[in-house]
Design a protein around this ligand. Structure first.
Ligand SMILES: NC(=O)c1ccc[n+]([C@@H]2O[C@H](COP(=O)([O-])OP(=O)(O)OC[C@H]3O[C@@H](n4cnc5c(N)ncnc54)[C@H](OP(=O)(O)O)[C@@H]3O)[C@@H](O)[C@H]2O)c1
Length: 268
């Protein structure tokens, strides 16, 4: 295998789920793995655990300073897995909850990249992999702010690809579908008592939770990330799993109203 960006990686959200699976896969492939999360816990053998809250500028700066001083090879790949989801009716969700969602899923990614991309430029290039979601291109009811945060990351990534190319910086999105991780338990609910949406919202979220808990192994998206890290010209996006590739293809081909009706039947 070729390793156009060397074999050192920073992974955020590495204490659980997809990030932790990626830490295991990369470490097993002989990479230097900087495994960051708020708890600083990571089960991957040989990974260098770091405490980093992606919503906190100082915390990110401290972790990146540690990486620079550590003596191990500087990472030229960053994998953004820190994230969570909120669920609730669009009308019910307080601004503060929607902002908190973007603080982690969107601004958290930007914040880490602002500290890491200069290192990539100094080293002659690198690769930023953003963990997006099928929900970034196929919004579900009662997930509006989560989907919006992933839509935002999608556009950001496409722009970054064009801007970074002159410095050897590459960027790509990974889009998993339902994956069995800590995501389901960590989901924040915005379902106030007395809300007219509450009943439908709870049954839609119960269905999502069931699908996630019976979803794919986090090793699947993690392996997709390892494959991306061997490509000098990675694609914009990798959708994980054939069923989700098919769903997104149908989304492109079918009239929007028909898609909406199907999603409404499933989750509405
Ligand atoms: N599971 C799915 O079905 C699914 C599907 C599509 C996309 N995704 C995306 O995949 C990514 C990873 O999610 P997951 O499924 O692996 O969920 P997970 O098991 O809950 O892992 C989330 C990780 O993010 C970290 N994190 C949360 N807030 C953070 C913050 N402020 N700063 C730093 N780290 C933070 C958590 O660690 P600490 O609590 O220790 O900080 C944890 O390591 C997310 O972006 C999610 O949207 C998940």
């Amino acid at each position: 295998m070729r390793y156009p960006y060397g074999k050192s990686i920073l992974i955020t959200g590495a204490s659980s789920g997809i990030g932790e699976a990626a830490a295991q896969i990369f470490a097993a492939d002989g990479w230097v793995v900087f495994a960051a999360s708020r708890s600083g816990a990571c089960s991957a053998a040989g990974a260098i655990s770091l405490v980093m809250d992606v919503t906190d500028e100082e915390s990110v700066a401290r972790a990146v300073a540690y990486i620079k001083e550590n003596g191990a090879a500087l990472p030229r790949v960053v994998l953004h897995c820190a994230g969570y989801g909120i669920a609730g009716a669009a009308e019910d969700t307080p601004d503060a909850d929607a902002r908190a969602q973007f603080e982690v899923n969107y601004f958290g990614t930007l914040r880490v990249n602002r500290h890491i991309l200069p290192l990539f430029r100094e080293e002659g290039g690198g690769l930023a992999i953003m963990m997006s979601s099928v929900a970034g291109r196929l919004p579900l009811p009662y997930q509006s702010h989560y989907s919006a945060s992933k839509y935002a990351i999608d556009s950001y990534t496409e722009s970054l690809r064009m801007e970074g190319r002159q410095f050897g910086i590459r960027a790509a999105l990974v889009e998993p579908g339902d994956t069995a991780t800590g995501f389901t338990k960590a989901r924040k609910m915005a379902t106030p008592h007395g809300s007219p949406y509450r009943k439908n919202c709870e049954s839609a979220v119960a269905r999502m939770a069931h699908d996630e808990e019976h979803g794919a192994s986090p090793l699947l998206p993690a392996k997709a990330c390892l494959r991306l890290a061997t490509m000098s010209n990675p694609p914009v996006r990798v959708t994980v799993g054939l069923p989700y590739k098919a769903v997104l293809l149908l989304r492109r081909l079918l009239p929007a109203r028909l898609c909406e009706a199907i999603m409404g039947k499933l989750y509405g």
